[in-house]
Design a protein around this ligand. Structure first.
Ligand code: C2E
Ligand code: CA
Ligand code: CA
Ligand code: CA
Length: 276
């Protein structure tokens, strides 16, 4: 089944997980792929809809299976979460992104902030904040180049120390965005206490933006009132852009602008610095 605009996944069908492909085999292959650092990262640029400038990019994990071809993250991320592999998978992605940013910096690109998706499970790994801190030092990168995207599930519990971790990450300059905003069961009273920078309007609202314009407008004004930034994902058409702009959402991401791209293709969209 075709699952995204880049045709990456057209040969892989989710039903294969139940039928042809043995789930334990896939889990085992994923474990080895992580060990061998053989997953890759695609980058989907984010834009300011008014200026059309790049504002950042989202790093998305890609796995090309030697026999089954591209397997979508919608399939392998849940497997990684179940099989206790998500922390090592995400640390592999973090290292790949960091070393790529170092290369781009060395080539004098104006590198925009790059966001990395982080599962809530990662927050229960005690040394997560320390890992991020040490990685920034190891790669000699500023936290200003990094953002993490976490889903609303982080808002469910209050007493588990997650907010303190978010705070510590933000003190390093890392931005925190709440992904798929509006789809979870978050407590809005808690949102005002949570240490975050941005709400990311879920693509399901954007896909039917006319019908959901009240919801989008509510999220935008909530963000404004709470002093948060806001971005819309899954933007595919000009009319969606026009509506989002009219509702006060300027930052956008989606196939209309660009699908997720291999690093070499994303690179051509970045600007270079020309000192002097
Ligand atoms: P997400 O974080 O919500 O990422 C957005 C997904 O929407 C991506 O799918 C992206 O390719 C797709 N997309 C982008 N623009 C459009 C558009 O205009 N229209 C439509 N219909 N889709 C668009 P992808 O790459 O297949 O990733 C699926 C999910 O897998 C991600 O959803 C994220 O939850 C998860 N994922 C990917 N990489 C990682 C990772 O490194 N760690 C974790 N924890 N999750 C990841
Ligand atoms: Ca995301
Ligand atoms: Ca999302
Ligand atoms: Ca999603």
């Amino acid at each position: 089944a075709k699952q995204n605009g880049t045709n990456d996944f057209q040969f892989f069908d989710k039903s294969m997980v139940d039928q042809d492909v043995n789930k334990f085999e896939l889990e085992n292959d994923l474990r080895n792929a992580i060990k061998n650092d053989s997953l890759t990262v695609y980058y989907q640029p984010k834009y300011n809809a008014n200026t059309n400038n790049i504002t950042g990019a989202e790093a998305l994990a890609r796995w090309k299976h030697p026999r089954h071809g591209m397997i979508p993250p919608g399939v392998f991320i849940p497997i990684a979460e179940e099989a206790n592999l998500i922390v090592s998978l995400e640390r592999m992605i973090i290292r790949q992104v960091f070393s790529q940013l170092v290369v781009w910096k060395g080539q004098k690109y104006q590198v925009p902030r790059t966001s990395i998706n982080i599962s809530i499970i990662h927050f229960y790994q005690e040394d997560f904040v320390k890992f991020m801190h040490q990685s920034l030092i190891e790669y000699d990168l500023s936290g200003e180049l990094i953002e993490i995207e976490v889903t609303e599930s982080i808002m469910i519990k209050k007493e588990d120390g997650i907010n303190e971790q978010l705070q510590a990450l933000r003190e390093m300059g890392i931005e925190v965005s709440i992904d798929d905003f509006g789809t979870g069961y978050s407590s809005l009273s808690y949102l005002s206490k949570l240490s975050v920078d941005r709400l990311k309007i879920d693509q399901s609202f954007v896909a039917h933006s006319q019908e959901n314009s009240e919801i989008i407008s509510t999220i935008v004004s909530m963000a404004t009132n709470l002093n948060l930034k806001v971005i819309a994902e899954g933007v595919e058409t000009e009319s969606q852009i026009d509506l989002l702009k009219s509702l006060g959402c300027q930052e956008v991401q989606g196939y209309y602008y660009s699908p997720p791209l291999p690093s070499a293709e994303y690179e051509t969209k970045m600007n270079r610095e020309f000192p002097e």
